[in-house]
Write a protein that binds this ligand. Sequence first.
Ligand code: SF4
Ligand code: SF4
Ligand code: SF4
Length: 438
Amino acid sequence: MKERVWIKDEGIERGAEKLTPERIEKTINQVLDNEAGSRLKAYVETCAHCGLCSEACHFYLSRDRDPRFSPVGKVKQTIWEMLDKKGKVSTEFMKQAVQVAQTECNMCRRCVQYCPFGIDIAYMMSLVRRISHKLEITPLYIQDTAHSHSATMNQMWVKDDEWIDALHWQEDEMREELPNARIPLEKEGAEIMYSVIGPEPKFRTQLIYQAAAIMNEAGMDWTMPATPGWDNSDMAMYTGDSEMMGRLKRLHFETAARLRVKKIVMGECGHAFRSVYDTGNRVLGWRMPPIPVVHALEFYWDLLNEGKIKVAKLFEEPVTFHDPCNVVRGRGLHEKAREVVRAFCPNFIEMTPNREHNYCCAAGGGVINCGPPFKNSRVESNRVKAEQLQATGVKVCIAPCHNCHGGLEDIIHKYKLDMQLKFLGEIIYDCMEKPNAV
Ligand code: SF4
Ligand code: SF4
Ligand code: SF4
């Protein structure tokens, strides 16, 4: 077996300098005793070490079936050792455990489906991340993102006036094509609040334009907030900072409540959707989100089926579709997504495997947000995704998730694939009827 390479990360190294054996032991036991409960106990006592989950994990498959990258191998290198030693583990062990849990698991939950007992490895990795957060040994880049959330309530240090400015700019651009279209800000009582993730006003502003054009041409009664609470993303969920995650999700819902909207429609992002429909509301103690939340995929499906958007021209080039874990394994939106794709793209080729069996892009679970130190390891760990994309033989892949775009772009570059990525909204915007366009 090749020698294991441990990557040096400034955040982990600096935090580790302040660790003591007592602090490590106390923190581990505090989390495992008080926050984990019977679920962890059941998983640990049930696992038969059969290894059936290994073949499900893209890290394991891409790293030549090295058992250290198998789901259960990750558990052995982290939480089982902590339990076995009752928290008496070294600083060096903790540094390695963070790397495994934070950068070698996308929390994509593919392996859960292949375990005969439904053991959720991602949950166990989230406990290790929680311990790392409390020990302040989180990788530097993702911690910086979590700091941005706590200082600005958005992921990208977008200032309040910068946010408004980005919306005005996109509205101006849109009005050249659709002169009467608006991006309505702070419209109380609108039916829909549209929320996006922090990178949209920073790097992918055209997505705001496209979504706004779709809303306007479909005749929606919608609004966007002018205040913090507009960003639905949540890297705190992935650093184990549950307190910050709660603050973010509460503000998002409070903003929608203040605007008295009937539902929140979220842009094309997977992790943000998971944080809003699943993790965040449970951290806040809510069984269900207080205001219905709809992912863009489902929203587009509704618009199409209600005849609010119509196909003007077909996207003839062959396309494939990447099922993001958090909206497909997590929420079952795969058939609705396909109906929309097929309506616009007659030459649709499935990648194999697909739907809930699709491989993750390797960006998810905050792994891409751990930044440059871990980039090579991340792309090397998803050779199977490159092979899966290449086998389709097509040059366009639709991926309705920001993180997936980031992860897939890196894989396309590394493995020299001749492929471009698109969001679903981009195809709809290009191909739908625009009766109000000049
Ligand atoms: S959750 Fe995904 S990345 Fe993590 S061990 Fe399971 S299959 Fe691998
Ligand atoms: S997690 Fe499930 S599939 Fe994996 S080794 Fe344990 S029992 Fe087997
Ligand atoms: S980034 Fe995309 S493919 Fe990867 S875990 Fe998230 S949703 Fe899944």
